[in-house]
Design a protein around this ligand. Structure first.
Ligand code: IPD
Length: 282
């Protein structure tokens, strides 16, 4: 079989995966919207601001069960499975990286920015991405080589190259480790006088979607996990932007560090202004 035949076959398989999982993601959005927030039990994971609800668990279980029914050989890295002691291993096999509710704190408060974040990696490269904010009806999608979309309209990053004109997004994250918070505050004190403005949505995946959309120019964070940024990586790249390590090196989805931006010039300018924090890898 020629290389072109192989590429055509892979593209057809990816289209099939995309269509199948798109409808499961939509269904999971309905599950999350049908929950009565007042009746919901909230549990704590690594600390008392790292939250999980029955909805996070049900959405992740639904995605894994439904994908496994059709593709039993596929692997998974899911936030709640890993929190429950499951493995976080990325191999070359088709692997779905899932954050069932990214922005659980927002979800619990009824703040309408949370996302179901789902990405397919093959040979450790992202191929398909969904970030769905059901509350606001925003379905962000991307396929490798086929662009990034919001509700089927193609989206593009801004053309911003200068930090002084950049709208920057970041998060304090859920860790209350004093060493981590020291770096968070150092960066804010250093950056805020030098940028156009700072925004924080409370959902790492949606922050990256705002860069993909061209609404924000940069997003950086230390301490996020693979499931928070896996889909956002492809969305930003397919919208024409870049994802790098916040030190300026190559992006690594398991490093728990992200810097994405509309242009490489801007990404590197921000990187050179950041104090660094290195959490343990996923
Ligand atoms: C969190 C959110 C938050 C980010 C944290 C993430 P979760 O994800 O994306 O914005 O600052 O680092 O852990 O726990 O709600 O899925």
């Amino acid at each position: 079989m020629s290389q072109q035949d192989d590429a055509t076959k892979e593209s057809a398989i990816l289209d099939e995966y995309y269509d199948y999982v798109f409808s499961i993601v939509q269904r999971c959005g309905e599950i999350s919207k049908s929950t009565n927030l007042e009746d919901m039990d909230v549990e704590f994971k690594s600390c008392d601001v790292d939250l999980v609800t029955a909805v996070d668990q049900l959405v992740e279980k639904t995605l894994i069960t439904e994908i496994t029914k059709k593709y039993p050989e596929h692997k998974f890295i899911g936030e709640e499975t890993v929190s429950g002691g499951g493995e976080c291993v990325l191999t070359d096999e088709p692997t779905w990286i899932i954050d069932p509710i990214d922005g659980t704190m927002n979800f619990v408060h009824g703040f309408p920015h949370y996302g179901i974040s789902v990405a397919l990696f093959m040979n450790k490269e992202p191929k398909i991405a969904f970030v769905y904010n059901p509350r606001l009806g925003q379905m962000f999608t991307a396929r490798k080589g086929k662009g990034a979309f919001l509700n089927e309209q193609q989206i593009f990053v801004s053309k911003e190259t200068s930090m002084s004109k950049a709208l920057v997004m970041s998060e304090a994250g859920t860790s209350r480790d004093p060493d981590k918070l020291k770096v968070v505050f150092e960066n804010l004190i250093n950056l805020i006088p030098k940028i156009h403005g700072l925004r924080t949505l409370g959902c790492a995946a949606l922050n990256m979607c705002m860069v993909a959309l061209g609404g924000a120019d940069v997003n950086y964070e230390f301490g996020i996990h693979a499931w928070d940024i896996a889909a956002g990586q492809l969305l930003v790249q397919e919208a024409g932007g870049v994802c790098i390590d916040p030190s300026g090196g190559s992006f690594d989805v398991l490093s728990r560090r992200v810097l994405c931006a509309s242009t490489m010039t801007l990404a590197l300018e921000i990187a050179s202004n950041l104090s660094q924090y290195y959490p343990p890898r996923d």
